[in-house]
Write a protein that binds this ligand. Structure first.
Ligand SMILES: *[C@@H]1O[C@H](CO)[C@@H](O)[C@H](O)[C@H]1NC(C)=O
Length: 696
């Protein structure tokens, strides 16, 4: 280790004067130099690592020098102090208080983010701080009785990685000047100026990484400058802490320089890698390439702790995995769809369940439009396009016949008529089929016809007639004008929807077929809604265009009379069955008496009569005498004129409805007529006597 000795301050000599004066001066100068050599010895040193420095350092407490020259100040032992002093005193005098030092240190916390106490660069009159300095927040410098006393004559620069309220620490990562006291004067958070990036950057003391500190005191200017920086950059051009400070009352002639630190309940391992000191100019730069390397930081936790931590970690990761897995399964299940290879053909008609789920806000009750014929209908907004849709969830237990049905859905998509609700596509899940329709702004016709709230939704006669003509036109299209005959099988006011222009749009077409495809061959299904089912369909279970016409007749009555086909709450028993009521009025020669009182007579008499009489014709118990839809459309346009009701017309045939049902029980009025027009699908085992069969 190089030890050079120089005088700090050159004595003043005058250029004037004689040779003798010059000679004397030279002599005097030589004396002064000599004096300085003997008194202010070893004012400069540099350690690039501390290999072999043991004789020049006084270590106590936890301090030790590793084989590679690394000076370890503290380890994770709790509540201990540690000091490393340069073992010879440094001499300060009235005229040479200046000093410059730089060192490389590292702080490795025992627990990440819970750093222990810091390091203090210290100038002290004694090396025996181990007797007077306490551990923990006292940093091995002072004790509770001498802290703050001017008699200490201790100067320190603390690099503190813990915040202690008692000593007014600003944070857990600060640098402060400690003059006789642990309460630092003007502490600052640790940061350095990056000359490359021209910004101040935070430096974390207890990062475990080596960093450099420069402490320069100018005894003439009486200013102290502290600078820090990462190990891989040269000394920053800007100092971190700069302060006017008169050290003359503190620094005695002979002082010791070194480092003090302490551990607490949680500690840092402190390391010193190199140290340079100079009292006659700037401290020599450390040769970073010669510095010892830090140990590979391993957790100093006990084996037990390690086991506990690893167990905890594995349990946590297992739990995370499990939760993730469950979430994944739930998500998969939630959005699971059924899709088979044969469906690829229909891919363009398919909606993803996830989209429909999002569209209907998870099929929330608030989005429920109604409980329709085959399931619940929800309002939705398609996430991709923002298009309003109605999504019908049809429960479908059997996969049998699904192929045919999907084929039919695909073909139903091709059914386009201005009076049909457009079917946009479908989606299939286990036990469930979802049909996506265009959303109809005004909802279903029955709400307008049967509502008690008269103001909001009264349909005037011209609107009603337009609706009737629209439905008739749609049915004609289904029966005769498309490439194959499509039976609706569930015509009723609640299946007639009204679009933004109050045009009638027939919905739910073709759906009844689902039950045929789904059916067990040993059972037959009666599809339709009580009150709308033609008598012969009750017997034979064979739907036809004529059974559709029968139901259309009922729809005509509903629109004309503003009543449901069966009204258990009617004032008189004769009025319960709507067709009987109309028939009786007709027989009396006063068919208009059956008209909807809500219209208050505000209708074209001929048209009302036409509608009601056409209703009677359509609901003729003899199927072969009912008109076809083509004829119906023509009659509605008065071309040709409506034929007379046949003299043998007898609506008695419909009585069986009530008899048949009434025989088993009187239907609860709350559910019958169905408030939202539930479709009754009655599966009757053909081998047993059903109520319907016995009723006949
Ligand atoms: C504190 O330190 C002073 C010396 O500065 C010493 O005289 C005193 O005994 C110490 N007190 C305790 C409590 O250690």
């Amino acid at each position: 280790m190089p030890i050079t000795t120089t005088a700090h301050h050159q004595p003043y000599t005058t250029p004037r004067g004689t040779a003798s004066i010059a000679f004397l001066s030279v002599i005097a100068y030589a004396f002064i130099v000599l004096f300085t050599i003997t008194t202010a010895q070893e004012t400069q040193f540099i350690y690039n690592g501390f290999k072999g420095a043991i004789n020049n350092l006084r270590l106590d407490g936890l301090a030790q020098i590793h084989k590679n020259g690394l000076l370890q100040l503290t380890d994770f032992t709790q509540r201990k102090t540690s000091h490393s002093f340069y073992s010879k005193p440094v001499i300060f005098g009235r005229n040479h208080l200046s000093f410059s030092t730089c060192f490389v240190f590292a702080m490795h916390p025992q627990i990440v983010n819970h750093s222990g106490h810091g390091i203090v660069f210290v100038i002290s009159p004694s090396m025996n701080l181990r007797y007077t300095g306490l551990a923990q927040e006292y940093l091995g410098l002072f004790n509770s009785s001498n802290n703050g006393k001017p008699s200490n004559h201790v100067f320190g620069v603390e690099f503190d990685s813990q915040q202690n309220a008692v000593f007014k620490d600003i944070n857990d990562n600060h640098v402060g000047i400690d003059v006789n006291s642990l309460i630092s004067a003007d502490p600052v958070p640790v940061s350095y100026y990056s000359d490359k990036e021209r910004v101040w950057k935070t430096l974390r003391l207890s990062s475990g990484r080596p960093m450099q500190a420069w402490i320069d005191y100018d005894g003439v200017e009486m200013s102290i400058n502290v600078t820090v920086g990462p190990i891989d950059e040269s000394k920053p051009s800007k100092t971190l802490l700069s302060k006017h400070l008169d050290l003359s009352p503190i620094l005695l002639d002979s002082m010791y320089i070194g480092f003090s630190s302490a551990t607490g309940l949680v500690s840092n391992s402190h390391y010193l890698l190199g140290w340079s000191w100079n009292q006659s100019g700037r401290a020599q730069d450390l040769d970073l390439s010669k510095l010892p390397s830090l140990p590979k930081f391993k957790s100093h936790w006990s084996r037990l702790n390690q086991v506990i931590v690893s167990v905890l970690l594995s349990v946590t990761s297992l739990a995370v995995l499990l939760i993730g897995g469950v979430a994944w399964v739930i998500r998969r299940k939630r959005y699971a769809e059924l899709e088979e290879s044969w469906e690829q053909v229909y891919a363009p008609h398919r909606f993803s369940y996830k989209d429909l789920f999002t569209a209907t806000r998870g099929f929330r009750d608030s989005e429920l439009l109604g409980v329709g014929g085959f399931g619940k209908v929800y309002k939705g907004v398609l996430p991709s396009t923002g298009v309003l849709v109605a999504v019908k969830r049809v429960s479908h237990d059997s996969r049998q016949g699904m192929k045919e049905f999907v084929a039919e859905v695909a073909s139903m998509r091709r059914l386009t008529h201005r009076n049909l609700v457009p079917l946009l596509g479908y989606c299939r899940r286990k036990g469930e089929l979802l049909l996506v329709y265009e959303y109809m702004l005004h909802g279903s016709l029955d709400k307008f016809l049967f509502t008690r709230d008269e103001k909001s939704s009264k349909l005037c006669w011209s609107q009603r007639l337009k609706i009737i003509k629209g439905v008739a036109s749609a049915l004609l299209y289904l029966h005769e004008e498309w490439e194959q005959v499509v039976l609706h099988r569930d015509i009723k006011a609640s299946n007639v929807l009204l679009d933004a222009g109050m045009n009638a749009r027939l919905g739910d077409f073709g759906l009844a077929r689902l039950y045929d495809h789904n059916s067990d061959p040993r059972t037959t299904h009666l599809v339709g809604t009580i009150g709308y089912i033609a008598p012969e369909a009750n017997r034979t279970r064979v739907p036809s265009t004529r059974t559709d016409v029968f139901a259309f007749g009922m729809l005509l009555f509903e629109v004309g009379c503003g009543r449901r086909p069966i009204d258990p709450q009617a004032d008189t028993p004769e009025d319960v069955i709507l067709v009987d009521r109309v028939y009786n009025c007709w027989k009396k020669g006063a068919i208009l008496e059956a008209s909807d009182p809500k219209l208050e007579g505000d209708y074209v008499k001929e048209e009302m009569e036409l509608v009601l009489r056409l209703g009677l014709l359509c609901s003729n118990p003899k199927p072969q005498e009912r008109p076809t839809m083509r004829q119906v459309v023509k009659y509605l346009n008065h071309n040709p004129l409506l034929p007379e009701i046949p003299s043998d017309y007898n609506p008695e045939g419909s009585d069986f409805l009530v008899e048949g049902w009434g025989a088993s029980s009187s239907l609860p009025s709350s559910s019958f007529p169905p408030s939202s027009s539930e479709t009754m699908s009655i599966a009757c085992a053909s081998s047993t006597n059903s109520v319907l069969q016995s009723g006949r």
